[in-house]
Write a protein that binds this ligand. Structure first.
Ligand code: GLV
Ligand code: MG
Length: 329
């Protein structure tokens, strides 16, 4: 390991992150009864400009009156380039009591953006004598944010998670898509013609690629290097559970902790897909046991089910076993 120690953010389950428009009080009430690990109450893109003030009032009322149980509650504020943002922070912290856990900052472009919100939040927390410190969730959803992702991830001790905002990211990078997440038929590779079929029109295969691979893999690295949770963002086609599943599995395999649910039907999917399966946990436990036995015998590496495992395998296995423990707690 490096001599530099990476401090992990507070451990929270973040498999499903439910987006709820602050303008709809009924939806907030329903979210509080849902199985979501994290609920973010939105003041940004799901709320029309004329509804911003009412949405703030709804959220303040909800934070004071609704029992959110053990769910983590977050507030998505408006961007730093709007005149709504300061009131989002000031009014909700001043009037919302202690229940809010996190603030989600959209369209973060630089570390200074995070610093600015940190300063404002600190002032309001101090002014009201808040006991619990609010953590930050940061949405990486612009080319600028992606270019500065390492400095953003390190910009505040409040930082807890990075999120991939695929819709705004597509707009910012001028990607040729109007879908929210998922693959694109234009993004693929054509295989060579099979041997001997060259020039004869022999069947060439076309494989769809994952146009979001770089962004998600990049975010995972920046997040983990700073002890933060990487979380995949929205999937717009709410009728397509298979598409959601494929996207969530890709994100989970790369190291993401969870994915947004922009419709309640996506919550259970996210919770299941970001929980290691019994088979995975069983295999991980067998690796740990086999390596404990290897240690007793003074060996650094052994074979299990015909595959080589070594001390790094223990660390891989512990990731899965720790996650299963966290879910069971
Ligand atoms: C989320 O905010 C997104 O833009 O995808
Ligand atoms: Mg966005």
């Amino acid at each position: 390991m490096s001599f530099t120690i990476v401090e992990p953010a507070p451990a929270r389950l973040n498999r499903s992150e439910l987006a709820v428009p602050g303008s709809n009080y009924r939806f907030i009430e329903k979210a509080a009864d849902s199985a979501a690990d994290v609920i973010f109450l939105d003041l940004e893109d799901a709320v029309a400009p004329d509804d911003k003030a009412q949405a703030r009032r709804n959220i303040v009322k909800a934070l004071n009156e609704i029992d959110f149980g053990k769910r983590v509650v977050s507030l998505r504020i408006n961007g730093l380039d709007t005149h709504y943002m300061y009131r989002d922070v000031v009014e909700v912290i001043e009037q919302g009591g202690e229940r809010l856990d996190l603030i989600m900052i959209p369209k973060v472009g630089t570390g200074a953006d995070v610093y600015a919100v940190d300063m404002l939040v600190t002032q309001v927390e101090d002014a009201v004598g808040r006991e619990k410190r609010i953590g930050f969730e940061l949405i990486i959803e612009t080319a600028l944010g992606m270019a500065n992702i390492d400095e953003i991830a390190a910009a505040s001790a409040r930082n807890e998670s990075l999120h991939f905002g695929v819709a705004d990211y597509a707009a910012s990078t001028r990607a040729r898509t109007t879908a929210i997440g998922g693959p694109n038929p234009l993004y693929g590779v054509l295989t060579d013609a099979p041997e001997g079929a060259s020039g004869s029109g022999g069947a060439r295969d076309f494989h769809w690629g994952d146009m979001w691979h770089y962004a998600i893999a990049r975010m995972v690295v920046a997040a983990r290097a700073n002890g933060l949770r990487p979380v995949d963002g929205p999937f717009g086609d709410i009728r397509d559970a298979e598409g959601y599943t494929a996207q969530a599995n890709r994100a989970a395999v790369l190291g993401c902790e969870g994915k947004w649910a922009i419709h309640p039907s996506q919550i259970e999917l996210a919770n299941r897909l970001f929980s290691p399966s019994e088979a995975e946990v069983g295999k991980a436990q067998r690796i740990i046991e086999a390596m404990a036995q290897a240690k007793k015998e003074g060996k650094g590496a052994v074979t299990l089910d015909g595959r080589l495992i070594d001390i790094a395998s223990i660390r891989q296995a512990e990731v899965l076993v720790d996650k299963a423990r966290q879910i069971a707690a």
